[in-house]
Design a binder for this molecule. Structure first.
Ligand code: ADP
Ligand code: TRP
Length: 325
């Protein structure tokens, strides 16, 4: 039997290089491996765990689906859908919450960070974020979850929930594991922390023009003189170089750096060009897809239908084991 894969990205706007390298590249790799059956969603309900704008939510849902398609997720191979249109996720999340303690949720680093960021929005939805994420995964009995390393604490919660459910109710849910990529942690362009859409100046969007990419890459803080330890902005620069340049070019720049003769603007502009070359075909496809909205509608509709069939089956199974049915 095929192993199942589930992943999702919140509908908070456009995708950036961190999402692409840390999550979507892994999603594509698994989609193209015949041993896996893949479910990829827009986690729009997770979007409302932090302040959001209702007037752009619908457009943001579509934006992510369009970018998924443009990057190469193929609706013939993967089920692409929108989380809120498969309400079984929410029903299961409520049942799962009965085996999770409040203290466990309050101690998660992701929760603490968001509360610090939005002290006015310390909501039940935010506290419940990992439980809903566990439901997203368990309702498809997914074995593998392609996400960045920052999501590991959430996967640990999902595994704990699985162990409890299997033990208490005799279900046979698999413990989900993270599927990792080379870009599982893409650092911020500011040289500190991770690339994130909530930090202005930290990211490159997949739809950025060559000029924007060049400007952003040039803004990475680097030492005046090459040759010191590879830390901060220089570390970011070399990590991106490793991911986007040929091995020969990467090694040459690194050697130049250690010999103290690297011109930062040269590696930066070479890198900007390489990133743009990888993104250009994606941008072309985004343009095409935006002209074909009825195709996008059809993909979403079919995907939601397919996802629901699987989600309903698992939910009934769990409800029976729990004594509801
Ligand atoms: P953001 O932190 O920008 O809000 P999300 O939390 O929506 O991004 O993350 C969506 C997906 O992209 C998740 O799988 C996450 O692990 C991955 N991801 C986000 N930022 C990075 C990054 N800087 N490096 C690697 N993966 C990332
Ligand atoms: N928490 C993920 C993020 O921040 C989004 C997400 C929600 C998710 N549910 C999921 C990822 C289930 C993988 C599996 O991007």
């Amino acid at each position: 039997m095929k192993q199942r894969v589930l992943s999702g990205i919140r509908a908070t706007g456009k995708l950036h290089l961190g999402n692409y390298l840390g999550a979507v590249k892994g999603m594509i790799e698994l989609q193209n491996n015949p041993n896996y059956e893949c479910f990829y969603m827009v986690a729009d309900a997770h979007t409302i765990t932090t302040p959001f704008d209702p007037s752009s939510l619908r457009q943001n849902q579509r934006e992510i689906i369009i970018e998924y398609l443009a990057i190469g997720l193929n609706p013939e191979k993967s089920t692409l859908f929108i989380q809120s249109r498969v309400p079984e996720h929410f029903e299961l999340a409520f049942y799962l919450s009965s085996v999770v303690s409040i203290a466990r949720m309050q101690h998660l680093p992701t929760y603490k960070e968001k509360v610090k960021q939005y002290p006015e929005s310390n909501t039940m939805a935010l506290l419940n974020y990992p439980v809903l994420m566990a439901a997203d995964i368990l309702v498809y009995k997914a074995n593998l979850v392609p996400v960045g390393i920052d999501q590991e604490p959430h996967l640990e919660v999902a595994r704990e929930i699985v162990r409890k459910l299997n033990q208490i109710y005799g279900t046979d849910l698999p413990e989900p594991r993270r599927f990792t990529t080379l870009g599982h942690y893409v650092p911020s362009l500011k040289g500190e922390g991770k690339m994130s859409k909530s930090v202005e100046g930290s990211y490159i969007n997949l739809t950025d023009s060559l000029e924007e990419i060049r400007r952003k890459i040039r803004s990475i803080p680097t030492a005046m003189v090459a040759g010191g330890p590879i830390i901060g902005g220089i570390k970011t620069l070399f990590l991106l170089a490793k991911l986007f340049l040929s091995e020969t070019n990467y090694q040459k720049f690194k050697e130049d750096y250690h010999r103290g003769r690297l011109q930062f603007v040269t590696i930066k502009d070479t890198l900007a060009e390489a990133i743009y070359q990888e993104l250009r075909p994606i941008q072309e496809r985004v343009k095409q897809l935006k002209k074909n909205q009825s195709y996008v509608d059809k993909v979403i509709e079919n995907g939601c239908q397919k996802a629901r069939v699987v989600a309903q089956a698992t939910l009934s199974e769990i409800k029976k084991k729990m004594g509801f049915l």
